[in-house]
Design a protein around this ligand. Structure first.
Ligand SMILES: [Zn+2]
Length: 280
């Protein structure tokens, strides 16, 4: 439960998924659960990220599009795979971009077998540039999933050679946050979403030797981020796998000033995804 009640700040959760658990058997049930979770935690708006593969328990693009179309508080990020059906996906994504139904595109290096210097991602980047939407990248330093594919070195190269491209590093290479930030923080077109900073009690029970940060450590990472680039940090939770409440608690308890809270919880996501809400 949230210890500090958030009555004061509007919140956009910039990293949401439909819950994957088997008990939610249809997209409707998944959406209902997500909406309930958002309501319970006072989340005003959310960015729903679709999976890049067709068969996914967090929903593919079509399923997630259907979910966001049924409510007025969710926006879609299109998940794309450069590995197969790329041409087909690009066409579908562009159609949705033209209709303003997509606010960003996400690549999942590490989850999938490609690296961020792969020439096949060029067309994806071009689509982001053409429609002025950010490119989200899965950057998590999880040793089981080829973290080197989204090594900060490649993201730095990408930011350097595409200065008009806004890049969102999802998970900020957790747990190797600080060393990765040092390689990328100078680029004003690189943004960071803090989802997965709170892995949850069960994870720590099951992985006592994990390098993922404790709450104290995660607070340290968050404060470092806010100190070096508060205009480029996004609140995100990675719900359905992780907890919105724990991520919100982390932010609300980090001792940030009112302006900083408004920035991370709302303003930055509103701006980068061009949601068009007033920045109150
Ligand atoms: Zn995620």
């Amino acid at each position: 439960m949230i210890k500090i009640q958030n009555n004061q700040y509007k919140v956009i959760d910039a990293h949401l998924h439909l819950p994957w658990q088997d008990e939610f058997s249809t997209t409707e049930k998944k959406l209902e659960r997500l909406q309930k979770e958002m309501r319970n935690n006072g989340i005003d708006y959310g960015i729903l990220i679709a999976d890049s593969i067709l068969e996914s328990n967090i929903g593919n693009n079509e399923e997630c599009l259907c979910a966001v179309s049924n409510v007025n508080n969710l926006f879609l990020v299109f998940g794309i795979s450069p590995i197969e059906r790329l041409g087909e996906q690009l066409l579908y994504c562009e159609k949705l971009l033209k209709d303003n139904k997509v606010v960003g595109i996400k690549l999942f290096p590490g989850h999938e077998d490609f690296c961020m210097n792969d020439p096949r991602i060029k067309d994806v980047i071009n689509l982001c540039l053409k429609y002025e939407v950010p490119l989200l990248i899965h950057t998590e330093w999880n040793s089981e999933e080829y973290p080197q594919y989204s090594h900060p070195f490649f993201i730095k190269q990408l930011a350097q050679s595409n200065s008009d491209l806004n890049i969102i590093c999802c998970h900020v290479w957790n747990p190797r946050v600080i060393e990765s930030l040092k390689l990328t923080q100078e680029f004003s077109n690189i943004f960071y979403d803090i989802s997965s900073f709170c892995m949850g009690k069960q994870f720590f029970r099951e992985h006592p030797k994990t390098l993922f940060p404790s709450k104290e450590k995660a607070t340290e990472y968050l404060r470092y981020l806010m100190k070096i680039c508060s205009e480029r940090v996004l609140f995100g939770s990675d719900y359905g796998s992780l907890s919105i409440a724990e991520h919100l608690e982390l932010v609300l308890e980090a001792g940030l000033k009112g302006d900083e809270l408004r920035t991370i919880l709302y303003k930055n996501a509103n701006n980068i995804f061009k949601l068009g809400f007033p920045n109150c």
